[in-house]
Design a protein around this ligand. Structure first.
Ligand code: G4P
Length: 529
């Protein structure tokens, strides 16, 4: 198969959801279809499942969760699929956001009984910033669900994206009869199946014109269905793929991941509607994934817990061409030519060393400490730099107190390295030097990682003193003089490692008041490096 065919069959996406909406269950069903795993229950990083053992960090083992997001590759129906896993639960971190920078589209899983939840909103914002297509899977229809129109309304109002249902549910919970495909007018019937993760649920189909349809769903649901359908035809958006590709319209599917109902239909439609790897912006313009030679950017760096070596794994998303492990590549930010060391790929639970990979794929390479988040790797004959990865706003802040002051040097080098790796963000008092260090994180687990790693890798004991701030904003117009900031009582002025000024706020109300009282001040939530 040529490079073009290899790249064109690739689909690289992330699944986003609020914890417990069913992201893992859906991923697992996708893997079952792809034949990448044989049993359900193999993906989850939960304490009691097979995948709980991770060789990356002690902390992962102790807690039975996966600190880092992984990438799963499998083949299905002629496609080569890369699912970028975005950690949720307690292990939600800046890595979760960064992973979205490596995806070409996103699948948003929503719990039908809950609607749009907090974490979905945060992840969604990043997808919107990138204008990537977003596909919605409304899950758990086998449980009592909110009204379907209300769910769509919720998505449109809360997330500000238009929706277009591709299929429509008939009932929910005990009364869940199935989903109606708006295109074929065929209803796939839901028959309660055992929840063991069997490959295909017992499923039959009926056309809405068939006489038995009414009998199957019952008079009440039949009438409701017809009313809803009329409303739907009148009110819902056309399925305009242009708008889908721009991230302005989300195709919506209803189903139940646990009972494997509606999953394969969703996967098939989704794969057909999404595109192969997209061109990316660089300082030499858009880089075409097929026409250009190998290039990639680093979106995540994962520390190795071997104390003897502070080596790490840098995860790169290949953006163009074919990666050939025998050839030299050029690290733009380091201005160096070398061969990538021990390139590896993850396939379900296995890690394997690879010789080649293509645009759309993610590879992990051994990193002796040279890479930073956002770095570009390309061919020595064809040099350019990809647009950097933004820094995402941390939501939790602590003052770091070093307990053993004799180890100042190790301490400074430790926090600096961890910040470079992207494990934490560090800030200083606006007017002081390195004297007071404030650390900011997206997920609180990152605090534990910081403490653990400073102790274990750098021999520095620290105490973390929580600060009451939850919001941070970069100053968009640096000419604004922060010394003249008005109504600044509950606001902390800090600067980041690049000396950019920032403000820490306790709540959103403070941000509003601050903006109202300081004419000319402009704030921003993401910062492009
Ligand atoms: P997450 O990765 O988004 O956090 O969610 P996950 O797939 O782990 O699912 C969260 C819980 O919801 C799990 O139950 C899972 O079995 C259940 N679930 C997922 N999809 C469906 C669905 O379509 N219908 C129903 N009824 N339940 C669903 P749990 O009891 O928390 O975990 P487990 O012990 O079953 O693993």
């Amino acid at each position: 198969m040529g490079i073009r065919e290899e790249i064109e069959k690739r689909r690289t996406f992330a699944i986003i959801s609020h914890p417990d909406a069913g992201k893992t269950t859906l991923t697992e069903k996708f893997l079952l279809y792809g034949g990448a795993i044989n049993t359900a229950g193999s993906v989850k990083g939960k304490a009691n499942s097979k995948y709980a053992v991770s060789d990356w960090m002690e902390i992962e083992k102790e807690r039975g969760i996966s600190v880092t997001s992984s990438v799963l590759q499998f083949n299905y129906d002629g496609y080569c699929i890369n699912i970028l896993d975005t950690p949720g639960h307690q292990d939600f971190s800046e890595d979760t956001y960064r992973t979205l920078m490596a995806a070409d589209s996103a699948v948003m899983v929503i719990d039908a009984s809950k609607g749009v939840e907090a974490q979905t909103i945060k992840l969604f914002k990043v997808c919107v910033m990138r204008h990537i297509p977003i596909f919605t899977f409304i899950n758990k229809m086998d449980r009592d669900a909110k009204d379907s129109f209300e769910l769509l309304d919720d998505i449109e109002k809360v997330l500000g994206i238009k929706t277009c249902p591709v299929n429509w549910p008939i009932g929910s919970g005990k009364e869940f009869k199935g989903v109606y495909d708006r295109d074929s007018k065929i209803v796939s019937l839901f028959k309660a199946v055992s929840t063991g993760g069997s490959k295909s649920a017992a499923k039959t189909e009926v056309h809405t014109d068939d006489a038995e349809f009414k009998e199957i769903v019952g008079d009440i649901l039949y009438d409701t269905f017809n009313e809803e359908l009329e409303l739907l035809e009148g009110a819902s958006e056309e399925l305009d793929l242009d708008l889908v590709n721009k991230g302005e319209l989300s195709p919506v599917f209803f189903g139940s991941a646990l009972t494997t109902f509606g999953v394969e239909t969703f996967l098939k439609h989704f794969l057909k509607m999404t595109s192969s790897p997209l061109a990316r912006n660089s300082d030499s313009g858009l880089i075409d994934p097929i026409e250009e030679p190998f290039s990639a950017f680093v979106f995540k760096i994962q520390a190795n817990m071997n104390k003897a070596h502070r080596d790490r794994i840098a995860f790169m998303r290949i953006c163009s061409g074919k990666f050939d492990a025998t050839k030299d590549v050029f690290h733009v930010q380091g201005n160096k030519k070398f061969k990538l060391s021990q390139p590896q790929q993850l396939m379900a639970q296995d890690r394997k060393v690879i010789d080649e990979a293509y645009a759309g794929d993610v590879i992990g390479v051994f990193d002796p400490g040279i890479f930073s988040i956002g770095d570009t790797v390309c061919m020595p004959s064809h040099k350019f730099k990809y647009e950097g990865i933004p820094t995402f706003a941390p939501e939790h802040f602590c003052r770091v107190v070093q307990l053993n002051t004799m180890k100042r040097k190790q301490f400074v080098s430790g926090v600096t390295q961890l910040a470079q790796e992207g494990a934490i963000q560090i800030f200083q008092e606006y007017s002081a030097g390195m004297a007071e260090i404030i650390v900011g994180v997206v997920g609180v687990l990152q605090f534990d990682v910081l403490k653990y790693r400073l102790e274990n890798e750098y021999g520095c004991e620290i105490r973390l003193e929580p600060l009451p701030y939850n919001y941070i904003r970069w100053i968009k117009n640096p000419e604004f003089d922060l010394n003249k900031l008005k109504r600044a009582n509950d606001i902390k002025k800090v600067k980041d490692m690049k000396e950019n000024p920032l403000l820490l706020f306790v709540n959103e109300w403070n941000i509003r008041i601050c903006l109202e009282n300081n004419e000319g001040l402009e704030l921003e939530e993401f910062r492009r490096n």
